[in-house]
Design a binder for this molecule. Structure first.
Ligand code: ADP
Length: 567
């Protein structure tokens, strides 16, 4: 007992000395590191550039919702126009089928409008949702619209003397422009149903131009002319064209109009003005002249000047907005750069901190574990069972701490000791990893197989760590079955997709993301030893190489870890 006490006293000093020296050295090194105050680190916002770009390009939910509502309203209005004109024909109510000016809307035009409205209504839907029944109904209606338009076109072509504008029976057949408009509208609806959004948008624009030409004609013309598209047909076509443009705000060029970007904002403000203002100015010019307010030349001059003033105003507004946005963008870029630099500095400092701390912890730990092991070797069997138990606990704790420090050092060295990427033969690296794990492989009677692996640009040491960590996990988390591990690769064009498959205990789906975070473990130390750093190392290595890592797993069935490496 006397001897034991004396030895313990002697042993205390080197341990304390080592700890004191390490603490002092760490303090000095840490004082040399430039840590930003904690508040600065916390204030750094999480910035995801890819997310930011997507946020600008995607339509805002508010705009998309408005566009969808406009498309629904347009669909209902088109169907109503057709419906009320058909009622006018069925019950012979001239007021319902003939507007104050121009020819009446014919029954086939009314039917085409009704079918177009129904088709558009059936095809309008919030993004993502599919309604196969409604889509089939829309397809049938759209085919009907196209057929009615084509039939009228053929009728016009067959008309004696080919080129006569008025069809044989103006009360029953469509006007030439109506037949063209409905063929185009039918095509647009069929394209929408087939999800050919760009074609659909172009056809909707063509239909819109035909309708606009007819409506402008009504606005400007003093009296109706032969072959004129009925006013109701022009209104229905215009509404259907607008509805078709707004119905898929998330696709095609309308996605740009609906987008959150400056371009989207400009388009939403300027496009309606660019259509309405020149037509309104033309109307003012014409009516001023008709009322005898001015002669042709001064009137035209006024018209031209008004147009110039409008477009100069538009350009000035755009320039101003662009100038302001440019300033804001530059400011944001400056702030982003500063934030990135701050982040980089604090990251480097934190990594250095982890490295210095864990490195300096190793020395006193060695002293502790060495001393306790000496104690155990010298006095093993002479001490009381309780004292032996304490010594065992101390040795065990010191060993675990040693492993933890080694793993932490590995983790922080990933960035403090980066080597350039060199062409690396993955097959050779895998064989080396398997060689390093020969003992646990033999002990567990595992069967490890692999396919031929490519040569990729990589940091050889780090890639070895990845293979070794994944295979040793597959051995550690084995089930009752004989462990079977297979490593393979798939050519994905611009990258290689590696996979390490096992038949172990598997992972519940809710944990498949969590396990790649440092210190995240799904089991107690008693069940499976470990530090929870292995997969975090793999993730850091793979991301440093420009790849991704993930796991697909089924509890009790096994897991497959996938990672990609660019070619
Ligand atoms: P460690 O193995 O030291 O705990 P890892 O970071 O390597 O740390 O793994 C994190 C956790 O992921 C493990 O605790 C384990 O629960 C789970 N895990 C990793 N690999 C497998 C595997 N092949 N099969 C089942 N679970 C696994």
């Amino acid at each position: 007992m006397e001897r034991g006490t004396a030895t313990v006293r002697v042993l205390r000093f080197p341990v304390l000395d080592a700890l004191g020296r390490a603490r002092e050295r760490t303090r000095q090194r840490l004082s040399r590191l430039r840590f930003p105050p904690a508040a600065t680190i916390e204030a750094v916002p999480a910035i995801e550039p890819a997310e930011a770009v997507e946020a600008v390009e995607a339509p805002t939910a508010r705009v998309a919702a408005r566009f969808h509502a406009a498309a629904t309203l347009a669909a209902v209005a088109v169907a109503l126009v057709g419906y009320h004109v058909l009622l006018g024909w069925v019950f012979d109510i001239p007021l319902l089928r003939t507007p104050a000016i121009g020819p009446p809307m014919t029954p086939s035009e009314a039917l085409s409008a009704l079918l177009s409205g129904v088709a558009l209504y059936a095809l309008r839907r919030p993004p993502g949702a599919r309604r196969p029944g409604a889509e089939s109904l829309a397809g049938i209606c759209a085919a009907g619209v196209t057929a009615l338009g084509l039939f009228a076109l053929v009728e016009h072509a067959m008309c004696p003397g080919f080129g006569c504008i008025a069809p044989p029976d103006p009360a029953a057949s469509m006007a030439l422009s109506s037949s063209l408009a409905f063929v185009v509208l039918g095509g647009a609806l069929l394209s929408l149903e087939a999800r050919k959004i760009v074609v659909e948008e172009v056809l909707a624009l063509v239909a819109g131009v035909i309708a606009l030409q007819a409506l402008t004609g009504y606005l400007y013309a003093a009296r109706p002319f032969v072959g004129q598209m009925p006013l109701y047909a022009a209104i229905a076509t215009m509404l259907a064209a607008v509805g078709l443009l707004f119905v898929r705000a998330e696709d095609g060029f309308m996605a740009k109009v609906a987008s959150n970007s400056f371009g989207g904002l400009m388009a939403r403000r300027l496009l309606p003005a660019a259509v309405i203002i020149p037509i309104a100015l033309g109307w003012l010019h014409l009516h001023g002249q008709r009322l005898g307010l001015y002669f042709l030349e001064p009137g035209l001059t006024l018209f031209a000047l008004a147009n110039v003033a409008f477009f100069v105003g538009v350009v000035w507004w755009s320039v101003n907005s662009l100038y302001r946005m440019d300033g804001q963008r530059r400011q944001a870029e400056r702030e982003l750069k500063e934030t990135a630099a701050k982040l980089q500095r604090s990251n480097a400092d934190l990594e250095q901190f982890a490295y210095v701390t864990s490195h300096d912890l190793k020395e006193p730990l060695r002293a502790i574990s060495g001393s306790v092991q000496v104690l155990q070797a010298r006095f093993g069997g002479q001490l009381e069972p309780e004292a032996e138990e304490f010594i065992r606990h101390t040795v065990d704790g010191a060993n675990r701490m040693q492993t933890l420090i080694d793993d932490l050092l590995t983790y922080s060295r990933l960035t403090t000791r980066e080597a350039p990427l060199q062409p690396t033969n993955c097959g050779e690296v895998l064989r080396e990893a398997i060689g390093n794990l020969a003992v646990p492989i033999k002990e567990s009677r595992a069967v490890v197989t692999f396919d031929s692996l490519p040569t990729v640009p990589a940091d050889r040491t780090q890639l070895l760590q990845v293979f070794q960590n994944l295979i040793s996990n597959a051995l550690k988390y084995r089930s009752e079955r004989t462990p079977k591990i297979h490593v393979t690769v798939e050519d994905r064009g611009h990258e290689w997709q590696f996979s390490v498959r096992d038949n172990g205990i598997g992972i519940a789906p809710q944990y498949t993301d969590r396990i790649f975070k440092i210190f995240q473990r799904l089991h107690t130390r008693m069940e499976y030893p470990g530090t929870g750093i292995g997969l975090a190392v793999c993730k850091k290595v793979i991301e440093r190489h420009g790849g991704r890592i993930w796991v697909e797993s089924e509890p009790e069935e096994g897991s497959t870890f996938f990672f990609t490496l660019p070619k």
